[in-house]
Write a protein that binds this ligand. Structure first.
Ligand code: FMN
Length: 370
């Protein structure tokens, strides 16, 4: 599953991922125990903007290239607004509709959207009940992170300014004894109540509000939730390679975000690592031309997104894709100075003219995977 990522999970990136997915190089000889088709979550779509019919909505709603594998993610605060937006999406060609109950950005939490729903279990449950009655054709799902409890509840706070004293908040420092267990129990009860109202899939990114990516995701929470719920639970957080995606997919659905930008081939290559897949005798070295991949992304971006979005989306993509390069930070800075896709393309080509040794990324696939 491709994670919903604002300004990243758009059609341009999906096209790039799907090109690898269709490439026969990634078809294992032995198909036993295969991975399901990739699910593409869109970036979060504001229910209010969708209903208001903003000028860019048609781009956000573009379900290509595989509408049957697309999940629209909705974010919003008002149950009525979300209900109307979900009813509208239910009529479109897609796989599912996902409700964002995980976004911890202060601007989102403050209005009662995203993660704020987890602090209002009764309201969240009622919301799902209402959505269930209008989402008749598509799968209804929720994506969340560790829920808000106790002192974390209330309006979202802005992050402290540099140099300002830090408040002693439980989601910033180490958790207090017993707090983690309490939170896990709360999470389970919260998700069980959504299940009772008819949610069909839950994706958990097991980090608390305010926790940065440095702190490892709590995959044991995903395992526990899978045991406690009757519906599928997808795990998300820190998957970094095709081998890891294949391994994480063994216990159920797994979602990758940043790694899918760094390695748009991750879903295709994961198939070669999944249980039962066999690479040719002696293994296989897959090689990826990073320069070409970056240029292909720029082409797809120009084709699939409006000009107003080009430069911001290019920066977002290369922010992660440049991590494949030896001098990635340097080239990222150069690209960030670009004001048009042409500038970005020039800087990208320029890097490889000076560092041709960085062009190919080799991914070894062992002969036997299990
Ligand atoms: C730039 C960026 C934008 C994101 N936007 C969204 C979003 O729109 N909706 C959402 O549910 N999560 C969003 N997330 C969280 C990701 O979906 C995912 O949970 C997180 O990146 C952890 O997965 P990863 O370790 O595979 O990247 C975003 C993350 C990033 C890095």
């Amino acid at each position: 599953m491709l994670a919903p990522m604002a300004e990243i999970s758009h059609r341009g990136l999906r096209e790039l991922i799907a090109e690898y997915d269709r490439d026969p190089v990634f078809s294992p000889k032995n198909e036993a125990g295969g991975l399901p088709p990739v699910e593409y979550f869109t970036e979060m779509l504001s229910a209010a903007a969708l209903l208001g019919g903003g000028p860019f909505e048609k781009w956000y709603l573009d379900a290509g290239p595989c509408p049957g594998q697309l999940v629209y993610q909705l974010v919003g605060a008002g149950a009525e607004q979300l209900e109307r937006a979900a009813a509208f999406l239910d009529e479109l060609d897609c796989l599912g509709i996902d409700i964002n109950m995980g976004c911890a950005a202060p601007a989102i939490r403050r209005i009662g959207a995203g993660l704020a729903w987890t602090g209002e279990p009764a309201k969240a449950r009622a919301l799902i009940g209402r959505l269930r009655s209008v989402v008749k054709r598509r799968r209804l799902s929720v994506k969340l992170r560790c829920p808000l409890m106790g002192p974390e509840l209330g309006a979202g706070e802005d992050p402290p300014r540099r140099g300002s004293p830090r408040r002693n908040s439980p989601h910033r420092g180490s958790p207090q004894p017993g707090e983690e267990e309490q939170m896990l129990e709360y999470l389970i009860r919260f998700c069980q109540s959504l299940e009772a109202e008819g949610v069909q899939l839950i994706t958990l990114h097991p980090r608390r509000a305010g926790e940065k990516f440095k702190r490892p995701a709590r995959w044991d929470y995903v395992e526990r939730l899978r045991r406690e719920l009757g519906i599928p639970v997808a795990g998300n957080g820190d998957i970094g390679s095709p081998a890891e995606l294949a391994a994480r997919s063994r216990g159920g659905k797994a979602m990758a975000g940043r790694a899918a930008v760094r390695q748009p081939w991750i879903f295709a290559a994961a198939r070669l690592f999944r249980a039962g897949a066999r690479a040719p005798a002696g293994g296989l070295n897959l090689s990826f031309d990073l320069e070409k991949t970056g240029l292909r992304f720029l082409e797809l971006l120009a084709r699939c997104q409006p000009p107003e979005f080009h430069i911001s989306r290019a920066r977002r993509f290369f922010n992660y894709f440049c991590e494949n390069l030896k001098w990635g930070t340097h080239v990222k800075n150069l690209l960030n100075r670009g004001e048009s896709l042409k500038d970005v393309e020039r800087a990208w080509r320029g890097y490889f003219a000076f560092h041709p040794e960085d062009r190919l990324l080799i991914l070894p696939i062992p002969e036997k995977n299990s």
